[in-house]
Design a protein around this ligand. Structure first.
Ligand SMILES: Nc1nc2c(ncn2[C@@H]2O[C@H](COP(=O)(O)OP(=O)(O)OP(=O)(O)O)[C@@H](O)[C@H]2O)c(=O)[nH]1
Ligand SMILES: [Zn+2]
Length: 292
């Protein structure tokens, strides 16, 4: 029997898919190609009450992924919003936030920065650090997953959101607070995927209501952007964007070229030196990836 389904968990080559009536099956793909992400809409062939084979993947409205010179790591498909979760403790990385926001911009998805653990005394300093990202136009919400997640409700309504962030920021705590049945679900899916672990080792999709869905993803340590073209990078950085097209050379790489408008903006205090440094690091990584 052939049917439509949604990928609700992905872990390596193992998937869990959900039928329109809510029944979940474990599924594998045919052949070697396994470019599937949690949130993907697929056509499956049901083998029995527990198993299915994924036969085709439907076109995606969005795809969030990271990549290095060797491979792409799909994070989530068909999401409308990315929640970048940070916390005062353990300390978060601005480098990771900057990279993640470029991937989010490249994918055309709405971002929300979420500062969790607002109850900790270190939260004020973390909040002050995040004001930079807020000044670029990215919305920022501060809450405590342990105390109260209701401030998040209006943001989640009628969205398919994916939680991304470094390990330990509190993604699982957030999911457990938002989805009362989440823990049971995780155990059920872990069994289906035969991983035997109950930590966030794979992406999982939860339904908050009929129109609102939430995908949890494993903690990130790095965020490669080998899939973004070098020429597109500055246009994906909102602080650099207003200065583009004003360099002396139309093909300026914003490195040592004379008359570079981005360097002029940095000298005028309009652009942070770290942001140009990030652009240059990403350009170097792309050049390295291209040389393989
Ligand atoms: N004080 C405080 N601690 C929190 C809060 N939310 C989560 N924590 C704690 O932070 C630690 C990490 O939380 P997790 O939910 O496991 O973090 P995670 O982001 O899912 O981590 P990974 O599964 O490794 O990706 C746990 O000890 C939580 O109890 C909060 O709002 N306030
Ligand atoms: Zn330039």
């Amino acid at each position: 029997m052939s049917a439509s389904a949604t990928v609700v968990a992905s872990h390596g080559r193992s998937y869990a898919v959900e039928l329109p009536d809510g029944v979940r099956l474990s599924a594998t793909t045919r052949g070697k190609k396994t470019d599937l992400a949690c949130g993907d809409k697929v056509r499956i062939k049901v083998l029995n009450a527990e198993q299915a084979v994924i036969e085709a993947i439907e076109s995606r409205s969005s795809l969030l992924y990271r990549s290095d010179q060797w491979r792409q790591k799909l994070i989530a498909a068909n999401v409308t919003q990315v929640l970048i979760v940070v916390a005062p403790v353990p300390s978060f990385s601005d480098e990771l936030i900057g990279r993640c926001l470029i991937a989010v911009e490249a994918a055309g998805i709405r971002p929300l920065l979420l500062l969790n653990k607002a109850d900790l005394p270190e939260a004020a300093v973390a909040h002050a650090r995040l004001r930079f990202w807020e000044s670029l136009g990215y919305p920022l919400l501060m809450l405590s997953a342990k105390a109260d997640v209701t401030p998040l409700f209006p943001w989640l309504a009628e969205q398919t959101s994916v939680l991304v962030g470094q390990s330990g920021m509190g993604k699982s705590t957030l999911v457990n607070a938002l989805v009362p049945t989440a823990l049971a679900r995780v155990n059920e899916i872990s069994t289906a995927l035969d991983s035997g672990k109950h930590t966030t080792t794979h992406a999982t999709l939860y339904h908050l209501d009929d129109a609102s869905h939430l995908i949890d993803s494993p903690g990130l340590q790095s965020f490669g952007l080998a899939h973004v073209a070098a020429g597109e990078l500055p246009g994906l950085m909102p602080d650099l964007r207003p200065h583009l097209g004003r360099c002396r050379f139309h093909n300026c790489r914003h490195r040592a070229e004379p008359g570079c408008a981005l360097h002029a903006a940095r000298e005028a205090g309009l652009v942070r030196a770290e942001r140009l440094a990030l652009l240059h690091r990403l350009q170097d990584e792309l050049a390295l990836a291209a040389s393989y």
